[in-house]
Ligand binder design. Structure first.
Ligand SMILES: [Zn+2]
Length: 334
C-alpha cells in the first residue's frame, strides 16, 4: 500500500499479516551504526488471526517510559490464542522500541517523539521510519486502534481511557462505545494541547475508530494500573466482536476537557508543593500548587492557580519544576 511518489518503507516484517494462527516476530528496520555496521532495530510484533472479522491494532510504548500498555500487551501476546479470535489482532507492545529499551520518552537514536512524528518519512530518522510504517502499512489494516499511554516520568494521571471529539459523529460514537467498554475508573472526552503529528490524528483522519489511555505515571506501573490495562484491552476486543464474551465492565466516571483552561503551566522554576491531590475537586482561581525558588531561603514563592472548576486529573510528577512545565490538568465531571 504505497502512495505515489513515496519510496517503500525500509521496514520488513518477519510476520505475514494474512496468515492464520499466532505469529511472534519483528518489524526489522536496518540501522547502521558504530556497534553494528549492518544492524537493525527490531520492534517486537505479534499477529493473531483466525478467519474473517475486524482487525484491532494495539500499541504500547509510543512513549518509551509509560508502562501499563507494554505490560498489558506483552501479556496479551503470550496468552492470546488463535481460537480466541474472530478476525485479527496486531500487537505491538513497544512501538518506539529504541525509546522503550532505553526507558525514555523519546528515542535515544534521534530524540524522536513518536507521537509528534506522524505521518513519518520512509527516508527520515529511525522514529520517522517507524511512524511511516504505521501510517502506510499497519493503520490501513486496522478497523479499531487502541494506543496505550500513561504519564511517563514527568506526569501522573487519574486512570482513564479516552477518545476525541470528532467531526464525524458516527466515528466519534463508535470510539466512545469502546472507551465505555474499556471500563477504566475514569473515561475522558479528550482535548489535545498539540495534535499535529500525533498517531491519534493519523488514525482518526483515516476514519479508524481510535481510543487511547492515560493510566498512571511517574515512569512506573502499579498492580492496580496494570490490572486496569489488562482488563481494558480484553474488554475492547470483546466489544469489537473479535474475542467472544461480554465486556467485564465496572462503573466509570466520565470527564470532559472543555477547552485550554484545563491546563495550568508553571511560570517560575523551583520546588513544587502540591496543594491538591489527584481526583480532588477545585474551583476556578484556587491555588493548586506553590513553587519555592530554590536558590535562597526566604524568597517569594509563586502560585499556580486553576483556571476552571474541575477535578484534578493530571499533575506534574517530579519534585522540581521548570518554567513552562504543565503543573496541573483539570477536567469537568460529566
Ligand atoms: Zn504518552
Amino acid at each position: 500500500m504505497i502512495d505515489k511518489g513515496l519510496r517503500p518503507s525500509p521496514i520488513s516484517p518477519t510476520v505475514d499479516f494474512s496468515a492464520e494462527g499466532v505469529q511472534h516476530g519483528f518489524l526489522r528496520l536496518p540501522y547502521s551504526r558504530d556497534d553494528s555496521a549492518w544492524g537493525s532495530v527490531m520492534v517486537p510484533i505479534t499477529v493473531v488471526k483466525n478467519g474473517e472479522g475486524p482487525t484491532a491494532l494495539l500499541t504500547g510504548g509510543n512513549h518509551g517510559d509509560e508502562y501499563e500498555g507494554p505490560i498489558a500487551l506483552f501479556d496479551l501476546a503470550r496468552t492470546l490464542k488463535a481460537a480466541d479470535v474472530s478476525g485479527r489482532v496486531i500487537v505491538v507492545p513497544a512501538m518506539n522500541y529504541p525509546a522503550f529499551a532505553a526507558g525514555t520518552r523519546t528515542s535515544p537514536i534521534d530524540r524522536g517523539n513518536m507521537n509528534r512524528s506522524f505521518p513519518g518519512k520512509p527516508d527520515g530518522t529511525v522514529t520517522e521510519k517507524i511512524a511511516d510504517y504505521f501510517q502506510r502499512e499497519l493503520l490501513p489494516l486496522a478497523d479499531i486502534v487502541l494506543d496505550f499511554h500513561s504519564g511517563g516520568k514527568t506526569l501522573d494521571f487519574l486512570p482513564f481511557c479516552a477518545a476525541h471529539i470528532l467531526p464525524d459523529k458516527r466515528q466519534e460514537a463508535r470510539a466512545f462505545e469502546l472507551v465505555d467498554a474499556f471500563s477504566a475508573p475514569y473515561s475522558m472526552k479528550m482535548l489535545e494541547i498539540d495534535a499535529v503529528g500525533m498517531y491519534d490524528t493519523a488514525a482518526e483522519e483515516m476514519g479508524k475508530v481510535f481510543i487511547t489511555t492515560e493510566l498512571g505515571g511517574g515512569g512506573t506501573a502499579t498492580a492496580k494500573s496494570a490490572g486496569i490495562a489488562k482488563r481494558g484491552v480484553i474488554n475492547v476486543l470483546r466489544q469489537a466482536g473479535i474475542v467472544a464474551g461480554k465486556a467485564d465492565t465496572v462503573p466509570t466516571q466520565w470527564l470532559d476537557m472543555p477547552d485550554g483552561n484545563c491546563f495550568s503551566f508553571a511560570e517560575e522554576g523551583g520546588l513544587i508543593e502540591p496543594l491538591v491531590d489527584m481526583g480532588e475537586t477545585v474551583v476556578a482561581g484556587q491555588v493548586v500548587a506553590r513553587i519555592y525558588p530554590i536558590g535562597r531561603s526566604g524568597a517569594l514563592t509563586s502560585e499556580v492557580s486553576a483556571k476552571m472548576d474541575g477535578v484534578l486529573c493530571a499533575r506534574h510528577f517530579p519534585g522540581l519544576v521548570k518554567p513552562g512545565d504543565c503543573v496541573a490538568v483539570l477536567a469537568r465531571a460529566v
